[in-house]
Design a protein around this ligand. Structure first.
Ligand SMILES: Cc1cc2nc3c(=O)[nH]c(=O)nc-3n(C[C@H](O)[C@H](O)[C@H](O)COP(=O)(O)OP(=O)(O)OC[C@H]3O[C@@H](n4cnc5c(N)ncnc54)[C@H](O)[C@@H]3O)c2cc1C
Length: 312
């Protein structure tokens, strides 16, 4: 019953997140803006790169990934604007000698306009990033984009070794994608998968998915292929630790990765135990959607948000 109620709440939040009227109301009403922003601050680096770098520096001893939030950019101009911001991230990581990588959604830099535009922008970002070997990690998006994302990645990895890709363990198709992409040098980040899919395309959360997730991680560790274990699931992290002890990958070949604001205590413990870890920061003006998604995927976070809102 409790689970059912939480699921109803989560579905409602997903709808609220996508409702433009509600979003505009929150963002243009000063009182609501302040309240929601306080709740969002737990999960975001800030609205700007500069604010984010202050937070990144606070966690300096921990490796970080930085993303300028956004997706599904519909025009060439907006896509180029986003790409310029990612170039600025790469410049600042280099100039400020941050221990950081870049994460991005290809649909933020042009994929929703055309593959060509996206590739052009990805090239510019990777060129700047390659000046100091900064890794650029491509995120996984909804299933309607998976083919296009993997196509752009396969093009990009021909030129840039430091390009990496995210695969969603919950998709049945990932088995074949994984078998193909493990032949490339780029790091593979394994996530469970965040998007709703059409029926028959994905494995629901549960033991089967955990098994599949760990199987991908085991294959990557066994082959000493660069990988990221991107989950907040303590059970999986525990089992991954055993696999790391078994296969003894080089330091640069694996990392535990968590989103800023979620399960960070677990990540710090992993770091204290000597494992490679990375914290993923997002920043930008699109924090409203990001906040709703973080609550929707784990509805108990609504209580955390309430606590954050009333905190002085
Ligand atoms: C670094 C990183 C990058 C990602 N990139 C992508 C991507 O490119 N594409 C994509 O589809 N998905 C991405 N995701 C999201 C991912 O697919 C999952 O939806 C998300 O991580 C939740 O699944 P989980 O494995 O962490 O744990 P779940 O199976 O969802 O939950 C297991 C346990 O983890 C804890 N937990 C999980 N989520 C939360 C939360 N929000 N708040 C508090 N506790 C929580 C709870 O204790 C929960 O019981 C990314 C996740 C990470 C960490």
């Amino acid at each position: 019953m409790d689970r059912q109620l939480l699921e109803i709440g989560a579905q409602a939040l997903r709808k609220i997140a996508l409702n433009e009227d509600t979003k505009n109301h929150v963002l243009t009403n000063p009182a609501l803006f302040q309240l929601f922003k306080k709740a969002a601050n737990r999960y975001i680096g800030g609205e700007t790169l500069e604010e984010t770098i202050v937070k990144v520096n606070a966690f300096y001893k921990l490796k970080c990934s930085i993303e300028f939030m956004g997706e599904s950019t519909r025009t060439e101009e907006e896509s180029n604007f986003a790409a310029d911001e990612f170039i600025r991230i790469a410049e600042q990581i280099r100039l400020q000698k941050l221990n950081a990588t870049i994460s991005l959604d290809l649909s933020h830099i042009g994929l929703a306009v055309s593959n060509e535009l996206c590739l052009k922008n990805l090239n510019s970002i990777c060129q700047e990033a390659s000046k100091s070997n900064i890794e650029v990690i491509i995120s996984a998006e909804g299933t309607e984009r998976t083919d296009a994302i993997l196509e752009v990645y396969k093009q990009g990895i021909k030129t840039y070794d430091h390009l990496a890709i995210t695969l969603q363990a919950y998709l049945f198709r990932t088995k074949e994608d994984f078998a193909e992409l493990i032949k490339e040098k780029g790091r593979i980040r394994i996530v469970k998968g965040a998007f709703q899919t059409a029926e028959g395309l994905s494995i629901p959360r549960g033991e089967k998915l955990d098994e599949v997730y760990l199987d991908y991680i085991e294959q990557l560790l066994m082959q000493h292929h660069k990988c990221s274990i991107a989950t907040h699931d303590a059970k999986i992290q525990e089992k991954a630790k055993q696999l790391i002890q078994k296969y003894k990958p080089e330091k640069e070949n694996y990392e535990f990765e968590s989103l800023f604001g979620i399960g960070n205590g677990q990540l710090f413990l992993l770091k204290d135990e000597g494992y490679q870890t990375k914290l993923y920061f997002v920043y930008g003006k699109e924090w409203y959607l990001y906040l709703c998604n973080r609550i929707a995927e784990y509805p108990m976070n609504i209580f955390q948000a309430l606590g954050d809102i009333i905190e002085e």
